[in-house]
Design a protein around this ligand. Structure first.
Ligand code: ADP
Ligand code: MG
Length: 268
């Protein structure tokens, strides 16, 4: 964890979302009137079925989409008014569609995370890059061609790149998608231990409930519930959102909530 703490920013952000709506220009509204905030150093998990609007919401949070109404504020400042570089120094992203054919090595891709800080950078670049590679179990891959990696290895490289950016807010869109079980657990454990603010979309409700401080359940671009994991991830909310029956009990080994799912036999 010492390594992880050395990497991220020292000034975790508070993010406040107020009355946020978004839709493509001339198209239907996709995100409807969302309100929530995340305190400095906390982790928010965004869950919801395919097409619920998770990626669209995250795109509003890192200013790829301009909201149709409402606002996103970092430490009380609307991100709409922030300089791009100021935003890039504070907010890092790990997205699903990672460009793959740069012809760059793994270490070079990770080094790109330093770009927003280059004019302030005094130390040797290899320090944080080596730290991030070690943290993500990628040291042996440093000189490999990024394009030659597996999906899961690429995903870990993109997380390492985001960490060297020293983010005060880290936004990740389904970062566990291509990862095997061991790496899913490791990545969530690592993220939960970072003293930075994190917003992460996840499919796995057990991972969300075990590691996040709060959960936003989305369906059809609307908030079903926002709150502490077990208050948000109730069997009722899961039925309403995912159309499955959920059994939630305590895992006998860890004591953490365990989720089991089945279809309602009367509806299938
Ligand atoms: P999720 O990430 O939860 O699977 P998305 O945010 O990707 O959901 O998409 C939510 C809905 O909005 C989907 O129906 C998707 O097709 C639609 N959508 C997303 N972006 C656009 C866009 N730029 N133009 C039109 N429709 C979009
Ligand atoms: Mg998505």
């Amino acid at each position: 964890m010492e390594l992880a703490r050395r990497l991220v920013g020292t000034n975790p952000a508070r993010i406040a979302v107020s009355g946020l709506s978004w839709g493509p220009p001339g198209g239907p509204r996709i995100i409807h009137d969302l309100d929530f905030s995340v305190e400095p150093g906390q982790m928010l998990a965004v869950v919801g079925p395919n097409g619920a609007g998770k990626s669209s919401l995250l795109r509003c949070l890192y200013r790829f989409h301009r909201p149709s109404s409402g606002s996103v504020a970092l430490d009380g400042v609307d991100i709409r008014g922030m300089q791009s570089r100021a935003l890039a120094r504070r907010v890092a992203t790990v997205l699903q569609e990672s460009a793959s054919d740069f012809g760059l090595s793994v270490a070079e891709i990770v080094e790109l995370g330093l770009t927003p800080h280059l004019d302030q950078w005094s130390g040797p670049a290899y320090g944080p890059v080596e730290d991030a590679l070690e943290l993500m179990n990628l040291t042996a891959f440093a000189s490999r061609d990024f394009a030659s990696l597996s999906g899961g290895e690429k995903q870990r490289v993109m997380i390492a790149r985001a960490l060297v950016q020293k983010p005060d807010l880290l936004i990740l869109d389904e970062p566990t998608n291509h990862l095997d079980i061991r790496h899913q657990l490791e990545v969530l454990h690592l993220l939960a231990g970072l003293p930075t603010t994190i917003i992460v979309s996840l499919h796995d409700l057990a991972l969300a409930s075990a590691h996040a401080d709060c959960v936003l359940v989305l369906e059809g671009g609307r908030s079903v519930q926002f709150g502490p994991p077990l208050a948000a991830l109730t069997p009722e909310n899961i039925r309403r959102t995912f159309a499955v029956e959920a059994l939630i009990d305590a895992h006998p080994a860890t004591g953490r909530p365990r989720f089991s799912f089945h279809l309602d036999p009367s509806k299938s």
